[in-house]
Design a protein around this ligand. Structure first.
Ligand SMILES: Cc1cc2nc3c(=O)[nH]c(=O)nc-3n(C[C@H](O)[C@H](O)[C@H](O)COP(=O)(O)OP(=O)(O)OC[C@H]3O[C@@H](n4cnc5c(N)ncnc54)[C@H](O)[C@@H]3O)c2cc1C
Ligand SMILES: NC(=O)c1ccc[n+]([C@@H]2O[C@H](COP(=O)([O-])OP(=O)(O)OC[C@H]3O[C@@H](n4cnc5c(N)ncnc54)[C@H](O)[C@@H]3O)[C@@H](O)[C@H]2O)c1
Length: 466
């Protein structure tokens, strides 16, 4: 297939080179389907995760803790950014090559906009062409929201997460607007690199979904690292000055201000649909601007699917990947798999140490009417986990929410070294009905972090009366 033709026909058109779309493209290409993938930026082959999301940020988390006392903060930061950039380039090339090596798959670098339900116009750097297709997958991801605060969007100091990880100058004073996943991770990273970080969160608490004990332990770790957390902060205005910007905010009826060198806008991400021309294709969106889909990820046009962040709901790479399984099952399988099959999906917030969670919190379990038993220990007291001492990371806690009547595990919050790994074992246990006692009494390798389960699940700190 050549992109020199003004109209290209494909069996399947994928708009956006994200996680779910590229997985479907590779699989269908190997099955001999003619696939066209349209990606608007040559710097985004592979999508958000390897280029500007999960991978570079976790590379920075790791490097932020490796600075030796003799390394200047700025030098160490710049070196880390450059190292991470080379990982991004390697992954981008690998993603491109995976698809480009298939004769059946064509990657076109350009912006796609629907002309009608079966055709899109693609504007490349030097051309315009039309792609028609029998089946279309929309996988355009999400983009950051910049809150409507006077002076914020116009400030020379305001950056998105993508901008910030590109800059090789370590901000001396960094304000993080929003204390969600992205805000906390960046606060933790830049604090460890040596920035003076302030989180401004408009809610009463960071980690508002978590139980009080878990949120307080996480907050204690962040503040212990010198990060200032200002909750209940209503940002009023941003004013640029010669040396930086001044943020004016209200809290408890008083007006305050802080002076900073950079402002990270981390106030959420919205589905990237604005330039897709969805109306021309007759594709409905939700009130939140996401593409409306059913449990098989079909849009209001049955031959068009939406995968990943653009279809609304939780924004995680592995859910976009799982979306690809649902769509492939529709296109090539039994058409049985659906998004409603997902049980006990875990999440990890990569502060240091990471906070990994799955299932219900204690307050959610009580609200759902369960009689609850709580198993919990501070990491420093888990004798069965010498690994925490071996790797000098004894901060945090582990907590399990158990159905006191059936011994079923309802949820867990693990704020500890290796939590991003242990949580997958816990999630698997929940999905397969393994009880708290069975998980407690299993054989684990030593010294590992998973063996903490032997100890924590034996430490019931409270049980509701029958
Ligand atoms: C800083 C950061 C850190 C993150 N860390 C994690 C993490 O640790 N773990 C995790 O699971 N998730 C993480 N996420 C979330 C995760 O990156 C996203 O949920 C995931 O990448 C979404 O993938 P997707 O398949 O929806 O599309 P994306 O990977 O976002 O890809 C969409 C692609 O579509 C392209 N596109 C958009 N519009 C058009 C158009 N009109 N025409 C052509 N192309 C278009 C875009 O350029 C982009 O390449 C993080 C996100 C960010 C921002
Ligand atoms: N480790 C991971 O898996 C990971 C890491 C980073 C991002 N992500 C994904 O990226 C998405 C976006 O992350 P995010 O943290 O930007 O969004 P988010 O929705 O998780 O958090 C946004 C935060 O900003 C606050 N906020 C909103 N407007 C504000 C304002 N005007 N002033 C102060 N605070 C304000 C909100 O109360 C909220 O706490 C998330 O949904 C997450 O799934 C995942």
């Amino acid at each position: 297939m050549s992109t020199a033709d003004q109209t290209v026909h494909a069996d399947v058109l994928v708009i956006g080179f994200g996680k779910g779309g590229k997985a479907v493209a590779a699989k269908l290409g190997r099955l001999g389907k003619r696939v066209v993938v349209v990606e608007r930026s040559a710097r985004m082959y592979g999508g958000t995760c390897p280029n500007v999301g999960c991978v570079p940020t976790k590379g920075l988390v790791h490097r932020s803790h490796k600075r030796r006392p003799e390394d200047r903060a700025q030098d160490w930061y710049e070196r880390s950014v450059r190292e991470v950039q080379s990982i991004r380039e390697m992954m981008r090339q690998g993603n491109f090559d995976t698809l480009d090596s298939l004769d059946t798959v064509t990657v076109i670098t350009g912006r796609a906009t629907f002309l009608d339900p079966h055709s899109v116009s693609v504007v490349t750097s030097d051309d315009r062409l039309t792609v028609t297709a029998d089946t279309v997958l929309i996988n355009t991801g999400s983009e950051p929201v910049v809150p409507n605060i006077p002076g914020l969007a116009a400030s020379r100091r305001t950056l998105s997460s993508t901008d910030l990880i590109e800059t090789t100058t370590l901000p001396k004073r960094l304000a993080v607007l929003g204390g969600g996943y992205l805000g906390i991770e960046f606060a933790s990273i830049y604090g460890a690199f040596g920035s003076e970080v302030t989180i401004l969160e408009h809610a009463d608490r960071i980690l508002s979904r978590e139980d009080d004990d878990v949120a307080a332990t996480a907050e204690g770790i962040l503040t212990g690292e010198g990060i200032h957390i200002i909750t209940g902060a209503q940002v009023i205005e941003v004013r640029d000055g010669e040396q930086g910007a001044t943020i004016l905010y209200g809290k408890d009826g008083q007006q305050h201000s802080i002076d900073v060198d950079a402002i990270l806008s981390a106030a959420g991400r919205i589905p990237a649909t604005h330039d897709l021309g969805l109306d021309a294709a007759g594709i409905r969106t939700t009130s939140a601007g996401a593409i409306e889909v059913d449990e098989h990820l079909r849009t209001s046009q049955p031959h068009i699917y939406a995968l990943g962040d653009v279809r609304g709901g939780p924004q995680f790479t592995y859910l976009s990947l799982d979306d690809s399984r649902v769509v492939l099952d529709q296109l090539t399988g039994q058409a049985r798999r659906s998004t409603t099959d997902r049980l006990a999906v875990p999440h990890t917030l990569f502060m240091t140490p990471p906070l990994a969670t799955v299932g219900m919190t204690e307050k959610e379990a009580r609200a759902a009417g369960y009689r609850v038993a709580i198993a919990s220990q501070p990491v420093a007291e888990i004798l069965a986990m010498p690994r925490a001492y071996a790797v000098e990371e004894t901060r945090g806690m582990m907590k399990f929410v158990i159905d006191a009547s059936t011994d079923e595990i309802l949820g867990a919050a693990l704020l500890s070294v290796d939590a991003q790994e242990i949580i997958n074992t816990v999630a698997l246990a929940i999905r397969h009905g393994i009880t708290a006692t069975e998980l407690r009494d299993a054989v684990y390798t030593h010294p590992s972090s998973t063996e903490a389960l032997n100890d924590v699940l034996a430490t019931i700190v409270r049980t509701d009366e029958p």
